[in-house]
Design a protein. Structure first.
Length: 177
């Protein structure tokens, strides 16, 4: 067996990714999302755009996982937030993103822990024990990112920049497949 072969297939279509996640367990999601090779055109039918704010476009939502395509215009960014206790993988489809991770100091003040830049096919991972994060489209164009949550996230804590406190926010979709 050469180094490019293994016992699993690499998902090459969005339907393959969905099947692999549906048949897999949470412990296999990291491998599945990392081995998936998808082109931006695979997401055309799920993409919707707003000049005001990024859009959350649901591809799959079941009891095991949630797969969301987020479409961003230039300069769009999330609030600082957690993931409601669930795991999150973000795969860049198109564009370039800055992820900033924050931790709370001993008095509860948020401080920047680290920032990273992600480009197409790069994957980031986040779980609440790692801190809070913000994603920002730093491309000079529209961009897309694929978000895998195990399990689905119905609400999360979002940092209110004015009051400097976290507030609970119910999550919804802009479009549903």
């Amino acid at each position: 067996m050469n180094s490019n072969e293994d016992n699993t297939t690499t998902p090459q279509a969005l339907s393959d990714l969905i099947t692999a996640l549906s048949e897999g367990e949470r412990t296999t999601y990291n491998h599945i999302i990392h081995s998936t090779k998808l082109n931006a055109n695979a997401f055309e039918k799920y993409a919707s755009w707003s000049n005001e704010c990024y859009t959350r476009n649901c591809i799959v939502d079941n009891e095991k996982f949630e797969l969301i395509l987020i479409c961003w215009c230039k300069g769009h960014r999330t609030s600082i937030h957690d993931h409601g206790g669930e795991e999150c993988w973000v795969k860049v489809i198109e564009g370039e993103f800055k992820e900033t991770i924050y931790k709370q100091d001993e008095v509860g003040k948020l401080i920047v822990f680290k920032s990273t830049i992600s480009k197409p096919n790069d994957i980031t991972y986040m779980k609440d024990f790692m801190g809070f994060h913000r994603l920002e489209n730093i491309s000079k164009k529209r961009s897309m990112s694929l978000h895998l949550y195990a399990k689905p996230i119905r609400k999360c804590n979002v940092f209110n920049e004015v009051s400097k406190t976290f507030v609970s926010k119910n999550l919804d979709y802009d479009t549903i497949a």
